[in-house]
Design a protein around this ligand. Sequence first.
Ligand code: ADP
Ligand code: C5P
Ligand code: MG
Length: 219
Amino acid sequence: MIFRLFGNVSQRVPSFLYRVSLMMKPQVVFVLGGPGAGKGTQCSNIVENYSYTHLSAGELLRAEQARDGSEVGYLISTYIKEGKIVPVEITINLLKKAMEETMQKDEKKFRFLIDGFPRNEDNLEGWNKVMDSKADVKFVLFFDCSNEVCVSRCLERGKNSGRTDDNRESLEKRIQTYLHSTRPIIELYAKLGKVRTIDASRSVDEVFADVKVILDKEG
Ligand code: ADP
Ligand code: C5P
Ligand code: MG
């Protein structure tokens, strides 16, 4: 019995080590900008043209909110409607799981666009605690756009999005959260020379042309 067990383990260890040695450390680009700046739109364009996997923190939270049996669904729904940032313990677990699942399915998929994260100090602390040693943050792609343009794009999106936060009342709160909580995080990365700023007020194609210049240069 012992012999059999031992035999199995010794057969498994080399192949496990081999798989781990093949796995690349995840390479991450954080994608930030105001609500409606065009983060999701540009991430879709990037995925079509480059080998990146798009993970939107907001979309992961909405999916968790809608999941049957979720213990945090109600909490997430209230935070989203109020334009507040959900405690990072929830968000980081969703991101980590999505990254691990992506890489387990295909180890060549180690480049990630993490859209809408880190949005405040709590998010950043959570990332540093859980993921900093496990992934490399290459830079922050910052879609810069006036609040007026952000609000009008979200209101337009709200006609069909079914989102509980694409309305004037929630948007006022989301803009305040962006200005007071997210901009300081962008400033922090800027001081480290890690922010690539794009004027996001132009057309989708014009914005993407600038995105391409950055990605062609920095991968
Ligand atoms: P975010 O993910 O930053 O909230 P989205 O990519 O969802 O933003 O875009 C918000 C809305 O604005 C969507 O309805 C989208 O179709 C539209 N949109 C995105 N980029 C542009 C652009 N450059 N010009 C005009 N409308 C845009
Ligand atoms: O990025 P998106 O617009 O999809 O985010 C929608 C909402 O999801 C945010 O306004 C916020 O309430 C929540 N969110 C969060 N933490 C993040 C990203 C999104 O709490 N890192
Ligand atoms: Mg989005």
